[in-house]
Design a protein around this ligand. Sequence first.
Ligand code: AMP
Length: 358
Amino acid sequence: MRGSPPGWDALSGYDQQRAVLAVPASHSALQLLRGALDEKVPAVLIATRSHYERIYSRFPWLYTRPVILDSWSELASRRVQQRLREMNAVLVPHGSLVEYLGWRRLLELEIPLLGNRYLLEIEADQHRKMSLLREAGIETPRTVTRPEEATGPVIVKLPGAKGGRGYRLATPETLPRVLEELEKLGYTREEIIVQEYLVGVRLYTHYFHSPIYGRVEIIGMDTRHESNIDGLARLPAALQQQLATEPTYTVVANTPIVARESLLATIISYGERFAEAVERETGHPPKGPYSLEGVVLEDLTYKIFEFSGRIVAGTNVYTGTGTPYTWLYWDKPVYMGRRIAMEFKQAKERHRLQDITT
Ligand code: AMP
C-alpha cells in the first residue's frame, strides 16, 4: 500500500481556475489537444524540437503555446518544472512519456499528473502488474516461472512500456535458449515474464474512471496490427518455415473493434474490479483513462495479459468521433481525448483538481 509521500501536495500554489492541460508530444498528443479544443480547455504542448518541427508545427491551432525542449530529460529539470508550475499545468502522462523519461523520474516530477502516478510504477514491473490483475479477480494467462513448466507456446516479455518490442515467442524446447539469449543482452530473469500464449481474438478495452461522476465508463476498444506477426500469419505454413524468421510483436497501428454485446458483462465488471483493486493497492483510484488488454478465447473467457494505467494509443482510432459506447453516455461525439478534457473542465470549475490528479 502506498499513497502520496507525507506533506506532498502537487497542487500547492496552483490557481485551479487557471489550470491548463500539458500534453507531451507523440503517442496520443493530437487527440488530447483536439479534445481540449473541443471542450475549450487551454492546452500547452510539450515537445522536443524535432517532434515539434516534423509534426506539431503543422497543427498550431491545437494549442495555445508550445514548450520546446532539446531533449526529454529537460522536462525533469527544475527550470522547466518551475515554468510548468507557473502555468498551473497538469501533465497528461502517456506510454511514450514513460519510455522517454522512465517511470522513476515521472514519479518524482513535481508537477501534478492527471491520473494515478503510482500505477505507472506497478505497470513497469511485469510481475507486480500481473499480480494486481489477479488480485482484482481478473482472468489472466498462466505465468511460467521455470522453463520445465511450459506445456505449449509461450510469450517472453521484457520490462517497461515498449509496445511489444523485443518480445519473443518460444516453445517448451526453445524457451531455455531464448531466456539465455535475453540474459546475455543484460535482462535479469526477474524482469522477464514468461506467459502462456493465448490463442483467440485480441481485444484492448479502454476505460475511464470518473471521480467527478463516481463511475467507471467503458470508452471503446481497439485491436492492434503488429509487425512482423501479422505479416507472418498471412503466409502459408511452408513459406513461414522457409523464411525462418522469429515472430515479433512491434505495435504499428490500431483499428476499432466492437465486442459482442453479451461480453459487456465481463468487460464492465473487469473495469470496475480493476479500479477497486488499484485503490486498495495504491490508495488512489485510477483517476481517468486506463486500459485492459487481452484475448477472448473460444469459450468466451476474456484473459487479460496487460494493463495500461494511463491513456493508450489505441484510443487514437476514435479521434474526433464518438465510440459505440460513449454515445450511450453523452449526446455528443466523445473520444478519450475529449473525455479527459471534459473531466478536467468539471474538476477545475468545482475546485476538485485534487480528485483527478496525483
Ligand atoms: P503487451 O506489451 O503485453 O501488450 O504485448 C504486446 C503484444 O504481444 C500484444 O499486443 C499481443 O499481440 C502479444 N501478446 C502479449 N501477451 C500475450 C499472450 N499472453 N498471449 C498471446 N499474445 C500475447
